[in-house]
Design a protein around this ligand. Structure first.
Ligand SMILES: Cc1cc2nc3c(=O)[nH]c(=O)nc-3n(C[C@H](O)[C@H](O)[C@H](O)COP(=O)(O)OP(=O)(O)OC[C@H]3O[C@@H](n4cnc5c(N)ncnc54)[C@H](O)[C@@H]3O)c2cc1C
Length: 347
């Protein structure tokens, strides 16, 4: 089954009960919940495929914490999730970026979208909105203090920021930078195909699940993985075929590591400001994240809901299971609004 965009081109506007913005895990599952609740929806996604971060940033990495998907690569998980969810929306608009959201008459929202391939503008009218734009425009965090960054050719594949293609790393020397879950996940997966992996972290311990540390130790003992703790990357050098990562310890002592690729796993810089109109609508936004009531996933604007990585509430944790929970809650809240009943939260 193919989930990429066809030659979608529209001249007319489109009306629906629920407009879902973003076809990552949260948006996909919101579409599924709409289907189960008998509510019609339109799903709008700026990329050519569904899957959001999972497919765009770590398709070959195994996903953790999803019941029933043990040892499953992100791309396999997304394929199955897409198959489950994409049959429900009455329209799926891939390659359509929502550029602006306005509140029109009779409490309806107007989403102004543009087709990224064809440049055509297209409007979606809806009574409810689910904002599921995740981390928005995804900019990898590569510290700009590293020397030599500006000298690396733009077309060079020296610097990587996600595990897009494990085959790129086959039998190569790889440096992975970071100390969180994604750095450890990538290092473990890459170590299985690479000649060797050097994992560099600025602190003396990792902030990942304890069970993963056992795998790291095993790979270290078998010589597939080397650790350089309490080191920072200070310079990147690319001279013809020769590529080096220069690291520095707390005593300013430099070490030169010859490598083929350096993979930065230091998170992403969030940019949700590309979506105009959110603040103008009256949405409460904190550190680029949308504030919601976790009981209902309602934002501060009537009829406007949000789910997934783009939201914030006390003790919010980012993750796939959280996307399911939040999308389900949002659609149940909308259904109760449509039916004019108060949600029953009894246990
Ligand atoms: C490296 C890495 C590893 C991870 N590993 C795990 C793991 O093992 N287990 C786990 O549970 N979680 C993991 N996570 C977290 C998990 O991937 C996220 O919590 C989840 O994917 C968030 O989904 P989302 O739908 O909220 O957002 P996203 O996946 O970011 O999807 C948002 C979608 O909205 C689209 N969009 C954005 N703006 C617009 C717009 N204006 N118009 C139209 N479309 C728009 C984007 O193109 C994107 O497709 C990991 C995250 C990273 C970065």
């Amino acid at each position: 089954m193919n989930f990429v965009a066809g030659s979608t081109s529209f001249s007319e506007n489109f009306s629906t009960s629920v407009a879902i913005i973003g076809a990552g895990v949260a948006g996909l599952y919101a579409a599924y919940c709409c289907g189960l609740a008998g509510i019609d929806c339109v799903l709008v996604e700026s990329l050519a495929t569904s899957g959001g971060q999972c497919l765009a940033l770590y398709p070959d990495k195994r996903t953790y914490g999803i019941p029933g998907f043990h040892d499953t690569k992100a791309k396999e998980f997304i394929e199955r999730l897409s198959m489950q969810c994409l049959c429900y929306p009455k329209k799926v608009l891939f390659n359509h970026k929502v550029e602006n959201i306005l509140k029109g008459s009779e409490n309806a929202f107007l989403l102004e979208t543009v087709n990224r391939q064809l440049g055509e503008k297209f409007n979606v009218h809806s009574r409810y909105v689910i904002l599921a734009t995740g981390i928005g425009d995804m900019l990898p965090n590569i510290p700009q203090t590293i020397s030599g960054l500006d000298k690396i050719d733009k077309s060079s594949d020296f610097i990587q920021h996600s595990c897009m293609r494990l085959d790129l790393y086959k039998n190569k020397r790889i440096v992975v930078v970071g100390g969180g879950d994604s750095a450890i996940d990538f290092a473990i997966d890459i170590a299985k195909v690479a000649k060797n992996v050097m994992l560099i972290h600025r602190r003396d311990r990792f902030t990942c699940e304890t069970s993963k540390l056992d795998i790291v130790r095993e790979l270290e003992n078998s010589g597939k993985l080397n650790l350089s703790l309490e080191h920072n990357v200070s310079e990147l050098i690319e001279e013809g075929e020769k590529r080096k990562v220069v690291i520095k310890d707390k005593n300013q002592i430099l070490t030169f590591i010859e490598t083929d690729h350096v993979v930065f796993c230091l998170g992403f810089i969030v940019n949700c400001s590309s979506l105009l109109g959110l603040k103008k609508l009256g949405l409460k936004i904190e550190n680029d994240l949308v504030k919601v009531n976790v009981d209902t996933m309602k934002t501060s604007v009537d009829g406007f809901y949000s789910a997934g990585d783009v939201v914030t509430y006390p003790n919010k944790k980012k993750g796939i299971v959280q996307c399911f929970f939040e999308a389900d809650r949002a659609i149940r809240s909308i259904k109760s609004e449509i039916l004019g009943v108060v949600l029953c939260n009894s246990i």
